[in-house]
Design a protein around this ligand. Structure first.
Ligand code: SF4
Ligand code: ZN
Length: 330
């Protein structure tokens, strides 16, 4: 197959665009495609300071590289989750982010969950019996927002791609999660202490971000996070891939169609946000979920250092207190 632009040998065919491109023509196309998405959703301008949440994977690193190639002021933000897994997952991911930071000459901020919360993700899971991804999601959202305020960034950009977004949409529709549907959009404007959040790769497929990373020789971590294995979204992705194969463009049509009717799911009144009495970050409860998580981790840590007999007594009174607060959501 030949490149549609220069007739050289193509390295990628994108049936949804009926477009084949060679290595030299691919990057300019990808950059233009990303720029058009940024403009369509009015994500940011060249005077904005952008904080890119990087994980070491192909999507976030391709996004960081692309934004800098497009001339945007984009720095990286890496959260060290402290996940060891096979071959030191967090260590490897961090190294990939540091390598790219050096190459493009941009600043990479690094924050360690173990320092912020008092324990890395695997220990938090053990100590609180909370699912790893639920604790991890809460911590990442909180730290990104707080850091963006402290370091005076205008907007937070994440590397979610089309396949991610469509799988989440599929799941939200299957379960009719009205609250999540109301908030599923590539731009969430700044409000009451929450920084603006954007997803500039929302129309780029996983294949496209992978090819961008390969063509630009961006080293990224290929292993999935060990906690991602078996996630429901992976089976949704497989079903959607089949539909896309049969009718190219299905994913994009599904997502764009949803954006057009998304207003139907708007919550009549978004819950009022108030500053957390401990940390000052926006929340709907007196003490935010993040501060309560820290407290839980510390309490469990303290309990574990006590003799077994005392733990039993204290845990008995703790569960009585918990049930009295059963109405508080996390
Ligand atoms: Fe965090 Fe779960 Fe994603 Fe791993 S798979 S990085 S634990 S949200
Ligand atoms: Zn708080």
């Amino acid at each position: 197959m030949k490149c549609r632009k220069c007739r050289e040998k193509a390295i990628i065919y994108m049936p949804e665009h009926r477009l084949a491109l060679c290595a030299a023509c691919y990057s300019p196309w990808f950059l233009d495609y990303t720029e058009r998405t940024i403009r369509k959703f009015r994500m940011f301008s060249r005077t904005d300071r952008i904080l890119v949440a990087v994980s070491g994977g192909k999507d976030s690193l391709s996004l960081w590289h692309a934004l800098n190639a497009l001339g945007y002021e984009a720095d990286g933000f890496y959260i060290d989750l402290g996940i060891v897994g096979r071959d030191g997952y967090s260590e490897q991911s961090k190294r990939r982010c540091q390598e790219l930071a050096e190459r493009i000459g941009r600043r990479l901020h690094i924050v360690r969950v173990a320092e912020q919360v008092g324990a890395p993700i695997p220990d938090i899971t053990d100590l609180t019996a909370r699912q790893a991804c639920s604790a991890c999601g809460l911590i990442k959202r909180y730290l990104m927002n707080r850091y963006a305020w402290e370091a005076d960034y205008d907007v937070i950009a994440t590397g979610h791609n089309l396949d991610d977004e469509v799988a989440v949409l599929f799941s939200n529709v299957l379960n009719w999660n009205r609250g999540y549907l109301a908030r599923q959009y590539p731009v969430l404007d700044e409000r009451e202490g929450l920084k603006k959040k954007v997803k500039p790769l929302v129309y780029a497929t996983e294949k496209q971000t992978t090819v961008y990373a390969l063509v630009n020789r961006i080293a990224y971590i290929r292993d999935e996070c060990p906690y991602a294995v078996g996630a429901t979204t992976l089976s949704y992705k497989a079903i959607l891939a089949q539909l896309e194969h049969q009718a190219p463009g299905t994913k994009r049509r599904f997502l764009d169609g949803f954006y057009q009717i998304r207003a139907l799911f708007a919550e009549p009144e978004a819950p009022e946000l108030i500053p957390c009495v401990r940390c000052g970050q926006p929340t709907t409860t007196e003490v935010c979920a993040y501060c309560r998580l820290i407290e839980h981790v510390q309490r469990r840590r303290g309990l574990l250092s006590l003799p077994a007999r005392e733990i039993e007594t204290l845990e008995g009174s703790e569960s009585a207190a918990d049930s009295a607060h059963a109405g508080i959501s996390s």
